[in-house]
Design a binder for this molecule. Structure first.
Ligand code: ACO
Length: 336
């Protein structure tokens, strides 16, 4: 039977580093506040003059992942591009990446699931592979947040948490009798809380979609009810962990590394304690990158592989919650 296997990973961060102290030049905040409340010490942002979109960052990450998988662009059957900050309103960043890869007619699909983009993308890739429709899928999570943030005191609660970056994985359907690949996934959404974390304008439900008034009111910047999202994460992440473990017929002890979305270090520390998981089994890299949204989980996996925390035979549990509100978890096992 075909199993959905990750055969290459790659990440790319723009070179410009913005530390917490740098942010204090533009807004009333402090490095201590940011570090204490979020765990973040620095993030990477694209150059201020613009010209770099998620498809550019995604291209760099993809080339690394493809090299490791032994793929050329022509091997790709489908591109799935997860982002909340597409290069332009339309077409999707997947189409832009497809062209940058030198491809002429390979299908490209964007998914707009924010922090759970990688989870939804991996589950979608798994379904395509098991259906037999596509066999080699390039899944990219990439964001350029920095050009759309309110870099003043008004936007400080949201702005300090976001970083730019990309990660990519090559996914292949491989025949195996072993219990490997994507073992189970659980995805959820609750649109009731859409306005608790959103970026409203430009919006087709507004006429005009953007105006001086909208700009003055700052409705073109992301807005978040941080406390509500925080509390939802503390509740939903343990719930979805139990749900996905049951689906896979596994226990917590069977997981070698938990790779949560990197939204706030405190959320992940709370999760680790609630679930009674040994400290070293929950991966963190938010300190260096902030919240790169659709990129956080594959970026963390790529680092964990490089650090040799995981490798052949490792079982991983990816999980996250974010705008939508959406949340989910996927269990994945590398071949031994
Ligand atoms: N620097 C200094 N002070 C600040 C900052 C800042 N950057 N931001 C807020 N404050 C102040 C507030 O004004 C407030 O002051 P007051 O008490 O005088 O009114 C105080 O600090 C507390 O503010 P809160 O917003 O209540 O701070 P909180 O402890 O909730 O932390 C945070 C904010 C870090 C955003 C937190 O709520 C959080 O991480 N929430 C979850 C985020 C998340 O998981 N998002 C989902 C993923 S993102 C996605 O899907 C796109």
């Amino acid at each position: 039977m075909k199993k959905t296997m990750i055969t290459g990973t790659g990440r790319y961060l723009p070179p410009r580093i913005v530390t917490n102290n740098d942010l204090t030049k533009w807004m009333d905040t402090s490095s201590e506040w940011i570090q204490k409340r979020t765990g973040i010490e620095q993030r990477h942002w694209v150059e201020e003059e613009g010209g770099t979109g998620p498809a550019d960052l995604g291209l760099e990450a993809s080339l690394i992942a493809m090299k490791r998988a032994g793929w050329t662009a022509g091997d790709i059957d489908l591109i799935i591009f997860a982002t909340l900050s597409p290069d332009v309103n339309f077409p999707g960043s997947g189409c832009l990446l497809q062209y940058k890869l030198g491809l002429e007619s390979t299908p490209a699909l964007d998914i707009r699931q924010q922090c759970t983009g990688f989870l939804y993308g991996l589950s979608t890739a798994d379904a395509f592979i098991r259906s037999g429709l596509y066999n080699k899928i390039l899944l990219v999570g990439a964001e350029v947040h920095s050009t759309g943030l309110d870099i003043t005191t008004r936007g400080r609660d949201v702005t300090v948490i976001f970083g730019d970056g990309a990660a990519a994985v090559c996914i292949e359907g491989i025949e195996s009798d072993e219990q490997v690949g994507v073992l189970a996934s659980s995805l959820h959404a609750q649109g009731e809380f859409a306005k608790s974390l959103w970026l409203e304008a430009p919006a087709s439900m507004l006429n005009p979609r953007i105006s001086e008034k909208i700009l003055d009111e700052g409705r073109h910047y992301p807005e978040m009810d941080g406390k509500l999202i925080f509390k939802m994460a503390l509740k939903k992440l343990p719930e979805v962990t139990i749900e996905v473990l049951e689906k896979a017929g596994l226990n917590l002890d069977d997981i070698d590394l938990f790779i949560p979305h990197q939204a706030n270090m405190r959320i992940n520390q709370f999760y680790q304690k609630t679930m009674n998981i040994p400290k070293g089994k929950v991966f963190h890299n938010i300190q260096r990158y902030g919240n790169t949204t659709a990129a956080t989980i594959p970026l963390a996996m790529d680092e964990a592989l490089e650090m040799k925390l995981i490798g052949k035979g490792s079982t991983l549990l990816f999980l996250g919650l974010g705008a939508g509100v959406t949340w989910g978890a996927v269990i994945y096992r590398f071949a031994g």
